[in-house]
Design a protein. Sequence first.
Lengths: 206, 216
Amino acid sequence: MQGDVFGSVAIPGVDDVEGELGIVLTHPCSMRSAGGHLRDRILLARLIGRDPIPLARWADGFFGLMPLPDLVDGGPFYAASFEHAGRVRSVALDRAQRIACLSRKGILILQQRLIFSWTRVEVPLHRLSSVSEPVLEEADLLEEWLEAGADAGSTDTYAEEEAFDRFLRTSPSGGTATLRDRLRDAETRADVRRSVRRMIAERGAA
Amino acid sequence: MTVNTSPAPSFPSREDQPTAAHSVVETPPPALTAADLLPRTWELRWNAGRHHQEAIGLDRLVNEMTVLERAAQYEHLSTTTLLDELSTRWGLSWTNISRLVGVSVPAIRKWRQGEPSSPQNRSQLAQVVALLNTLDFHFMIEDPARWLEIPLASTPLTLIDAIAARRLDLVLDYAGGRVDLPERVLDRWIPAWRERYRDEFETFVAPDGHRGIRVR
């Protein structure tokens, strides 16, 4: 997910700064291809240790950085450097090496700083939220699906992702709108969650 | 030609008649002026206003007590059962459950995996379950989770945000119809909401099917 921080990650083309931590920059909309699988390569930025940036100054400058205070207990003050970014093979990202993930608000702040750094356009957080909400919801449900699969003994993440994607492409009650379409609408989102969780329970019971 | 053959009506003699009302000379009541009526009008208005306010206060108290009394019934349930009720039955997201309870998403994840929660947090969870049940059974709101998640007046704010901001009173007022429009909820909650959420952007669906943002 965008904003996940991984340790021990090599970022191609980023060899002029020290460090081994990287943060995912790719937007959730662009992270997965057909079948719901992670794309072969995703964009990561290097985290650099530096002097702390007080919260009161986040809005005044340092626009090329995403401050990440208290990331590591007893560690330095880290910030993601947007200019030190490169495409990393997704298979190289080990879940066991994921040391942190951002909250939803954190993801939106990352997006806002990234957009401003690259375009000088300031987009309000609530606008970013309205765009990202459905994909973040889908990512949460996929995570539940995969966890339930793993708990039930499945080791084939690829097949689980495909099964989830297939399920989201079904239309409940013979309608034309798929579950994924209905996830985009706040009015039907709770219903989609119930459907997915019922399916997870059915698969677990089978 | 017809002839009326019925007998002529007979009348009692004057001696048999009681004193007729019309024969009593009435003294007309003194004419009231507006100034005479004004104090009584004020008094009635003041009393009506006071009773109205008392009724509103009592109604709010009853609504909040209904939630708390229901919550007391659920507090003996396990944390995983309460979470299951919120996620599977009502369809809330883990993010929203964490916001309603006032803990982090990782904390909720640990509880789902069987780690114990504090009595205070379990009590909070029970209150959220009680709220959803109250919205359903008491206020007859179909699909309370959906109702709580609908953006208010085209802002990103929802009733879940109001609860997270400790404005359950607004949610119950809205559920009970005392506040009739989402705009009124926002007016009472964030008076400057119109200025805060006014911007030059709009959201649209891009050709790839995903949403995008563009300048209006």
